[in-house]
Structure formats: C-alpha cells, structure tokens
Design a protein around this ligand. Structure first.
Ligand code: SAH
Length: 396
C-alpha cells in the first residue's frame, strides 16, 4: 500500500474540510512544492488533529481532493470499488431506460472522487482523468470499474497536460474496440459518438434535460437559431420537435459535417436545415442587416473564446451577447441562454439577462430554469462543480 504523508494545513482550509468542502485549495497549504501528483496525504489542522485524507492532483486552484474523513480507511481498489458501485446504484433509472443510452455514471467530487468522471455510451465506458494524480490510480480504478459493470469496451481521455504525449488512438483502454460512430440514444433521438477522436465525443450530456424541453415544448412550428452549435445537438431536438427550420451557426469547420451527420442519424434531411460555418458575432450583424427574426434563439457559448476578430468571455460579455440575440428574436419569442461558467452563479446570470433587456428597452419573463441533470451529482459545498445555468427567457 502507498505511503501516506502527514501534512499540517492552515486553519481556514481545515475548517472548510470539516464542513464538507471536498477540494484541497492551494492557498490552504503552507507549501506545495514538495507535494507529488498521486501522493496520499493526511491533512491535520494547526493543532495536529486529523481532518481528512485525499490525494494530490493539481487542477486550477486545487492541489488535490478529499477522499475520506476516516483516517484508517485505506485508499485501495476496494475503496474505489465502493465509490463506483454506489454511483452506479444511484443511476439505476438511467441504466434501465431504453430511450437514453448515454449518461454520466461517475461525476467527480459529486460521487466522492474529484478529478475523475466516467460516462456511459451504450455499453462502452469513457473515463476522463483530470490530473496526473488521479491518473496514477488508473489500475485500481479500472479494476474497480471492471468488477462493477459489464461492458463492451473502455476508453479514456487524459484531460491534463500530457506534454504532447497524446498519441493517436491511445484513448482505447480495454475490451473490444468500438466502431465509430457509435449510435447512442437520448430521449428517443440518436447521437453519433466518437470515443476515439479527441477530447470532445460529439455531445455534451449535461444539456440532456434542456434538449428535451426544447423539443417537447418550444419547437413546434418555430424558426430556431442555434448559436455556438458544435455538432448541432440542440438543432436536432428542435427539428425533431417540429421546428419549421433550424439554423446552426458555429465557427469550427468540422461543425458542418458533424451537424449534417447528427441530422442524418435522426432521419432529418440536413438539406432542409441551415448549417452555417461562421463567427457568431458576424452572423448577428448579418442577421440584423437582413432583418432576420427567429422565434427561438439558443445561446450556448464557451466560457471563453477567441476568434480572429473577437474575444468573448461569458463573465464579461454575456449581456452583449444577449442584446445581439434580443435584436433578432421575434416578440413573444424565446431565448435559451446557457452558460457553463463556474465563476458566477444563477443570480449573476439573471442580472445579465435583466441588464440586456433593460438596455434593449424590451420586457421579458423567465419561463424555465435548468441546472445540471441528476446524473451529474454535485457536492453541496463545492459550488464550482454546479456550473451549468440555463434560462428560457420569453421576450415581450
Ligand atoms: N451548444 C453546443 C456546445 C457548444 S461548444 C452543444 O450543445 O452541443 C462551443 C462551440 O462554440 C464550439 O463548437 C466552438 O467551435 C464554438 N465557437 C467558439 N467561438 C465561436 C464564435 N466566435 N463563433 C461561432 N462559434 C464559436
């Protein structure tokens, strides 16, 4: 078994950990240089009292994650097995649902191990490692997973700096290799998934409930604009819900073929939809000039984006993005405003909406509010983990 290091931390961090905060923030330590990725550390308050045990894995402001408050609990395969089986048990409804065959099985600190996520894609598992530290437990975690589930194959993504060591096809771990695209289901729609092709697999599972709401309640007979559309997942659901037309706009060239494919695997004719490879900010100008107006406008930008002409930061520029959207949304239309920025909460996000409507001299009501779906479990005292905020805003 791995040696465990005793470390005295500052009082503020020990109090936080006692309350249930799961992350080891760097500034709670007297020094961090000597801490090695993957070490098990037993943290003690300034008086020497044990407050928690975890591992070293650097991620942003964190230097590691809490694993247990029991000083004597060993961090071994049995430990990981216990955490993974508990997470699987909580997702029994997802496993039993034939209409949805892609979901998150293990969500980092929300399931008791920060820095680790496991997603399910129709009998294939995808493990994402967010630090070298958690990656050092790979063998134990794999064994724990393999003995908890039946599967066709396991893939992985190393979401930490691998210093260019990211070899083509090194995403495959074990079992049988998948044939890609793998077609998974979500509330009856299909998605083409690639587990072997870079960090992003084709769909963001955390928007599942939002896609369903768009399809079931907001699309029939509507002209829908989907900005920052990536593979067009929202457009697929809008079209399936009876939208008269969808327009998907994304800067990335690959979005054209990817979006075309997602329509095709759903039996929707891509020729009848618009898929535009363009900077969203240029598209807004174009749409305004042409006096286009949409019934539904979906905004799901990355937290930070830099294109040739524009820099967008959702914490600074979301109000302006909303104003651009308001200008091309019909009266009695709907703006679906989404952000995954963890640095601000719902209250602030609503203040962006309020400001944008006030400055546009328009009125609005908020009709729906979404945060993470239930398979993305969260740790109550780690608010950054609860990053997703989505508002359906009716324009007046
Ligand atoms: N809404 C998508 C996910 C968006 S991911 C979904 O639900 O699946 C963010 C996307 O924004 C990426 O595909 C990226 O190419 C695109 N993007 C970033 N900056 C952009 C810009 N200035 N104009 C258009 N697209 C942009």
């Amino acid at each position: 078994m791995q040696k465990e290091l005793d470390i005295k931390i500052k009082d503020a961090l020990s109090q936080d950990l006692q309350k249930g905060v799961p992350i080891f923030l760097k500034d709670g330590f007297n020094e961090i240089e000597s801490l090695e990725e993957g070490s098990i550390i037993k943290l003690r308050n300034p008086a020497g009292k044990f407050v928690g045990k975890g591992y070293v894995g650097k991620q942003n402001k964190g230097i590691g994650w809490l694993l247990t408050k029991n000083e004597d609990e060993p961090i071994d395969t049995a430990f990981f097995h216990k955490k993974i089986t508990a997470a699987i048990k909580q997702r029994a409804d997802y496993y039993g649902n034939k209409d949805t065959t892609a979901f998150r099985v293990f969500n980092g600190e929300g399931d008791g191990i920060g820095g680790l996520t496991i997603d399910y894609f129709d009998e294939f598992y995808l493990i994402s490692w967010y630090s070298e530290g958690i990656y050092s437990f790979k063998e134990m975690i794999l064994e724990a997973l393999e003995t908890s589930v039946s599967f066709k194959g396991i893939y992985e993504k190393k979401r930490f700096d691998t210093k260019g060591q990211y070899l083509e096809d090194d995403d495959f771990v074990k079992g049988e290799r998948g044939e890609f695209p793998l077609i998974v289901k979500e509330n009856g729609q299909n998605f083409a998934i690639y587990l072997n092709d870079g960090a992003m697999v084709g769909v963001f599972l955390d928007q599942r409930d939002v896609r369903k709401k768009i399809r079931d309640t907001y699309s029939k007979g509507k002209n829908v604009l989907n900005t920052f559309s990536y593979t067009g997942a929202f457009s697929v659901f809008a079209a399936a819900g009876g939208a008269t037309k969808t327009t998907s706009v994304d800067l990335a060239k690959r979005s054209l073929s990817k979006t075309t494919e997602q329509f095709e695997v759903n039996g929707i004719d891509p020729e009848k939809q618009d898929i535009i490879v363009m900077d969203v900010f240029d598209y807004f100008k174009y749409a305004k000039r042409k006096e286009l107006a949409f019934d539904v406008v979906i905004l799901d930008p990355p937290s930070f984006a830099r294109s040739k002409k524009y820099t967008f930061s959702s914490s600074k520029d979301y109000t302006n993005l909303l104003k651009d959207a308001i200008a091309i949304t019909e009266k009695n239309g709907v703006i679906v405003a989404s952000t995954n920025n963890a640095t601000f909460g719902m209250k602030k996000f609503k203040s962006f909406v309020d400001k944008a409507f006030n400055e546009s001299n328009r009125k609005y009501t908020i009709e729906e509010e979404f945060s993470l779906p239930s398979d993305f479990s969260i740790s109550p005292l780690f608010k950054e983990g609860n990053y997703l905020k989505v508002l359906f805003v009716r324009t007046k």
